[in-house]
Design a protein. Structure first.
Length: 242
């Protein structure tokens, strides 16, 4: 999919990777970018339409879906990263509400529009989906579940012409990681790599140096092979009556 002339929606668009995704979509010639945030932020570019969306609110998600007439690319980027030790179930419940149920509800709400356009869903997951981060286990659990959601949607929606992509991101220099003294990619470079992956048709996008070091092993690994094997169990889609 080439972004030029397309309509894109980004959740968590007020800062960090989300803000960079909005700017990159505009740079690539998107005709309309819906910037979904909990507190709408005005943008000087007339192609940007702010949307008031808390991804934990089914009401706000449905209201936003009612405002979007057509959509080509949905990027589920909104997320939280609690620092915890799994002693408090509230941290896990919050992470699952935002990082798992958020992308699920948003994807379902915009699925009719994406089916009409034969569009793309992109879920910004994390390398933590593959191996947990010791200081953020609730986040890691929610991202592992979000990866499984992405793979499940990929299998189920391919029959309807909707492609589903995961972004397996390493550490990025955002507010989530501000206190971590580790090498980090810039949000701008990650946004560019995500759109490169979309335009290249990559199922799984590795947008930074750390994640790219794992890309070949993932794509040729047993987990990916097993995903494709299971996808083949689905019967072909029924032909649409004309």
């Amino acid at each position: 999919m080439i972004i030029d002339g397309k309509t894109v929606l980004v959740t968590g668009a007020s800062r960090g990777i989300g803000q960079a995704l909005v700017e990159e979509a505009l740079r690539r010639g998107a005709a309309r970018v819906y910037a979904a945030t909990r507190h709408p932020v005005a943008d000087p570019d007339e192609r940007v339409t702010p949307l008031n969306v808390d991804v934990t609110s089914a009401v706000q998600i449905q209201e936003a879906a009612g405002r979007v007439e057509s959509l080509d690319v949905l990027i589920n980027n909104a997320g939280v990263q609690p620092l915890d030790d799994l002693s408090d179930p509230a941290a896990l419940e919050r992470a699952l509400a935002v990082n798992l149920l958020g992308p699920y509800r948003v994807s379902q709400a915009f699925l009719p529009a994406l089916t009409r356009s034969r569009g793309t869903i992109v879920n910004n997951v994390s390398l933590a989906a593959l191996a947990p981060v010791p200081f953020a286990p609730a986040y890691s659990i929610s991202k592992a579940a979000a990866l499984s959601l992405t793979q499940s949607l990929r299998m189920l929606l391919a029959r309807h012409g909707v492609s589903v992509r995961s972004v397996l991101t390493g550490p990025v220099d955002t507010e989530m990681t501000r206190g971590l003294e580790i090498p980090k990619a810039s949000p701008e470079s990650v946004a560019r790599a995500i759109f490169d992956g979309i335009e290249n048709g990559d199922e799984d996008i590795f947008p930074d140096v750390l994640s790219q070091a794992l890309a070949e092993g993932w794509r040729a690994g047993v987990a990916k092979q097993f995903e494709r094997q299971n996808a083949a169990l689905l019967p072909p889609a029924e032909p649409v009556a004309s």
